[in-house]
Structure formats: structure tokens, C-alpha cells
Design a protein around this ligand. Structure first.
Ligand code: ADP
Ligand code: F6P
Length: 319
């Protein structure tokens, strides 16, 4: 029976990570475990930067964004000799199991640690919603709310000036934040990897909206596809719309986690401990059709990303 469990957050931080800690730590103590937090992601494992915490750890931070135990990226963790240092440090402390809250890269580290004798469970922690084994990642809902409230403000000022705005949204190659925000904010045009940039079509749509006397236009672009400043200049030159570009940036990733975020993060944290208690490791937790589930980490990489064709259809219907 596992006695000591560690937990770390890795990769980009995401609102709701603190709630996941609370779900795991509370459950751990209820099941008779000793719970440890690891600071700075995998770096903290290598640096021996972990401490035993009591059952109330992070409760006062559930309503805060970011991660109270910090996060980091450690590319060297791909090397077995570096991971061996981490494994030795954990074993010296008697920690046999670990919860890793992060994205795909962090999951890979978790899988490799499991193969080296530390049972790991991954929790999907990233605003990008780019983990196919879950419908929603921890952080996505809050980030979507941040994006919508920022866009609402941008639209107020753009419409006062009868302008077009090109807004770049985060997502690291995953279109979900852009797509969901496009529907929720009534965007006029969206550019994502699943709906690539068609310059002629875009200019045509924008000219039609000008001719129809629409008071502003909102174009959403998922990051890493094109330069929004260059696109704004092109639109200005070709359509007559006075146009601005806006890169939303880190405002999307911080801030108070939404109630739904906390709710799901607590559930996932609790479930991860239950799985470890049953001796299950090398898996990642997901929320599928609102039910907690788990997949083998390697198998989870083969699950195809949901391209949400139904949602693009909705977007087309409301345009
Ligand atoms: P995310 O977890 O959000 O996808 P990264 O891809 O940056 O973020 O991965 C986070 C960390 O996970 C990396 O800095 C590294 O420490 C670890 N990691 C990523 N890929 C691997 C791998 N193939 N093997 C072992 N560890 C990995
Ligand atoms: O993965 C979360 C995310 O915010 C992505 O949306 C974005 O591309 C990336 O992290 C930014 O990372 P960094 O914090 O290294 O700038």
C-alpha cells in the first residue's frame, strides 16, 4: 500500500491548479497517506525541493490563479540520468507515487518516471485544451472567460470608432480557445489550423460588412498561424476598415479560476489519489462526457484531437 504521495505542477501554469492540489491533498489524508508538494515541477524533483504538507495546504489559494507550488520547464528531464536523480531523491524520502499536473510534455515525463518505479498519474493542466483524453483541461474555462471579457472591452472601444480589430488568442496550435471564444463573442471571422487563412474570402467578408454599415468587425486568430499586425495592415489597405491588432497575451492565463474550473479540478485531484491508492499508475485522468475516467498515458497520445466540426457549423449558422 502506497504511504507517501507527491504532487507537482509542470509546463505552463493554469488557473485551477491550486484547486487540484486541494482535491488531492484532502483525499490523500482521508485515505491515510502522507502528502508532499514538489516545487518548480520536475526541477524540484531533481533539486530535492519537496516538503511534506498538512491537510489544509493551499486551501486558502483555491480562489487564486497560477500555481502556489510554482512550475518550470526542464528540458534535461528527457535524459534518463537526470530522471534517475529525481527517482533517487523520491525514494530516499520514501515517496513511491506522484501526481503530475501539466500538459502532454509533462505526461511524457510522468510515463517515464512510472517505468522507473514511481507510479504516476497525470492531471490535464493547461489553458490550451490540447489534451485529447479529456473534454476539458484544468484552466480552459477560466481562460475562455478571460478572453471573452477582454474581447467585450475591446469591442466596446472598436465599435465606438467603427473599427476592425484582429485579436490573437493563445492555444499553442490548438484552436479551442479561439473557436469557443469566436462563438461566445460573436466574432465575424476566425482563423485556426482547422479553418486556415483564406485571404480573398476574409477581405470579401470584411468588405460586405463595411457595405452593410456594421459598426465594427472582430477577427479572431489562433496564435502561431500568422502575424496579426501584418494582417491588420493588409485589411486596412484592402477593405477601407480602420484596423487595429491586439495580442491578448498573458492576461488569458492568469486570474481567479471559475467555479466550474475549481469544481472539476478538485474532482480530478481526488480521483488521482484514489487511482494511486488502488495501485494504478502510468495513466492520465480525463473528464469525458462529464465523467471522470483514465487512460494509459501512451495510449492517450493516440487519441485523435476533437476538431469540433459541430462547433464550426454553429459558428457558420450564426454568421
Ligand atoms: P506541457 O506539459 O505543458 O506540455 P512542456 O512540453 O514544456 O509542457 O513539458 C513540461 C516538462 O515536461 C518539460 O520541461 C520537461 O521537464 C518534461 N518533459 C517534456 N517532454 C518530456 C519527455 N519526452 N521525457 C521526459 N520529460 C519530458
Ligand atoms: O501552454 C499554455 C501557453 O500559455 C500557450 O497558450 C502559449 O503558447 C504558451 O503557454 C506560452 O508559453 P510561455 O509562458 O513560455 O510564454
Amino acid at each position: 500500500m502506497i504511504k507517501k504521495i507527491g504532487i507537482l505542477t509542470s509546463g505552463g501554469d493554469a488557473p485551477g491548479m491550486n484547486a487540484a492540489l486541494v482535491g488531492a491533498i484532502r483525499t490523500g489524508y482521508k485515505l491515510g497517506k502522507e502528502m508532499y508538494v514538489v516545487y518548480d515541477g520536475y526541477k524540484g524533483l531533481v533539486d530535492n525541493n519537496f516538503v511534506k504538507v498538512d491537510e489544509h495546504f493551499a486551501e486558502d489559494k483555491m480562489s487564486h490563479g497560477g500555481t502556489v507550488i510554482k512550475t518550470a520547464r526542464l528540458p534535461e528531464f528527457k535524459e534518463e540520468k537526470v530522471r534517475q536523480i529525481a527517482v533517487n531523491n523520491l525514494k530516499n524520502e520514501g515517496i513511491e507515487a506522484l501526481i503530475v499536473v501539466g500538459g502532454d510534455g509533462s505526461y511524457m515525463g510522468a510515463k517515464k518516471l512510472t517505468e522507473m518505479g514511481i507510479n504516476c498519474v497525470g492531471l490535464p493542466g493547461t489553458i490550451d485544451n490540447d489534451i485529447a483524453s479529456t473534454d476539458f483541461t484544468i484552466g480552459f474555462d477560466t481562460s475562455l472567460n478571460n478572453i471573452c471579457s477582454a474581447i467585450d472591452k475591446i469591442v466596446e472601444t472598436m465599435s465606438s470608432h467603427n473599427r476592425c480589430v484582429v485579436v490573437e488568442v493563445m492555444g499553442n496550435n490548438c484552436p479551442d480557445l479561439t473557436l469557443f471564444a469566436g462563438i461566445a463573442c460573436n466574432a465575424d471571422y476566425m482563423i485556426t489550423v482547422d479553418r486556415p487563412y483564406d485571404e480573398k474570402d476574409l477581405m470579401k467578408v470584411l468588405k460586405e460588412k463595411k457595405a452593410a454599415n456594421q459598426d465594427h468587425v472582430l477577427v479572431l486568430v489562433a496564435e502561431k498561424i500568422l502575424d496579426v499586425n501584418a494582417l491588420a495592415k493588409k485589411i486596412m489597405a484592402e477593405t477601407g476598415w480602420d484596423t487595429r491588432a491586439d495580442v491578448l497575451g498573458y492576461i488569458q492565463r492568469g486570474g481567479t479560476p471559475s467555479a466550474m474550473e475549481r469544481f472539476n479540478a478538485v474532482r480530478m485531484g481526488a480521483y488521482a489519489v484514489e487511482l494511486l491508492d488502488q495501485g494504478i499508475g502510468g495513466v492520465c485522468v480525463g473528464l469525458v462526457n462529464n465523467k471522470l475516467t483514465y487512460h494509459d498515458i501512451i495510449e492517450s497520445f493516440n487519441i485523435e484531437r476533437n476538431k469540433h466540426e459541430d462547433l464550426y457549423h454553429v459558428f457558420d449558422l450564426i454568421k
